[in-house]
Design a protein around this ligand. Structure first.
Ligand code: ADP
Ligand code: MG
Length: 262
């Protein structure tokens, strides 16, 4: 690749510098600077509409940034300095990078006409062209990892929300991603189903996966997060060790937000 890069090995998995994003006149990301190190679990909190999902979507190429610089795994994703022409990755590079990033949404988006196993096998076989036999074995292991070995042949409609979300996580992992993005993965679940999903994510963190997790689960952020980012109004207001930020938020806006959710 010819674009400027940052060191990949041991370097940041995600590095953002002055990211701005507009939807029409709406200024949604107002200069985001942050770094996610390989192996780090970063939790992102903040009120609705603060730009959390948009930032994740920029990392995963679902949205284009309007200015700033964003590197993912050492590759410059797209940037524009003031007045410059937008530098963009080639489509083939975008596709290659997207394969390395797993994303789990609030709604599980499983293919309804496919079993749990088929859902997990689909992308590695269709997108990566891996052999079915190899992928099947990996998919079975992943179902075991998320505690659903007995649901191999179940269709999404036969799964609880928590089970469906665990299949969605297994499906993302089947692509063997370097980075996992979670956008409020437990927000749509009944309270009693949240724990199993968080347990899977916790184990993933222990196994060393690099993760950015938008969540309202402050317990998870405190116990599993290496860092915590509080966003408000498209900006990072406060960031630090989750224990410190949650126990002693420094900024008024963080204090106000936490007083409402804790
Ligand atoms: P959060 O995830 O923190 O709730 P979002 O990133 O979803 O925030 O949204 C940030 C702001 O951008 C909100 O005001 C939202 O309405 C707006 N927004 C998000 N996506 C779009 C879009 N595709 N088109 C126009 N506005 C959008
Ligand atoms: Mg959101």
């Amino acid at each position: 690749m010819s674009e400027p890069t940052v060191a990949s090995a041991g370097g940041p998995m995600v590095k953002a510098e002055g990211i701005h994003k507009y939807f029409g006149r709406l200024h949604v990301l107002c200069g985001i600077d942050l770094e996610v190190t390989s192996g780090e679990v970063m939790c992102v909190i903040g009120p609705s509409g603060s730009g959390k999902s948009t930032f994740l979507r920029c990392i995963n190429h679902l949205e284009k940034i309007d200015s700033g610089r964003l590197w993912v795994d050492g590759h410059l994703v797209g940037y524009r300095q003031r007045g410059e022409k937008l530098h963009e990755m080639r489509e083939s590079e975008v596709a290659a990078q997207r394969r390395d990033i797993g994303m789990v949404f609030q709604r599980f988006n499983l293919f309804p006409h496919m079993t749990a196993l088929e859902n997990i096998m689909e992308a590695p076989v269709q997108v990566k062209g891996e052999s079915k036999a190899v992928v099947r074995e990996r998919a079975m292991a992943l179902l075991d990892q998320v505690g659903l070995s007995d649901k191999i042949s179940a269709y999404p409609s036969q799964l609880s929300g928590g089970q469906a979300q665990r299949v969605a996580i297994a499906r993302a992992l089947a692509m063997e991603p370097k980075l996992m993005l979670f956008d409020e993965p437990t927000s749509a679940l009944d309270p009693e189903l949240v724990g199993d999903v968080l347990d899977v994510m916790r184990q993933l963190a222990v196994d060393g996966m690099t993760m950015v997790v938008v969540t309202h689960e402050m317990g998870f952020a405190r116990e599993v997060g290496d860092s915590l980012v509080f966003m408000d109004g498209g900006a990072i207001v406060e960031q630090g060790n989750p224990r410190d930020v949650l126990a002693e938020p420094k900024h008024r806006r963080t204090q106000d937000f936490l007083s409402k959710v804790l």
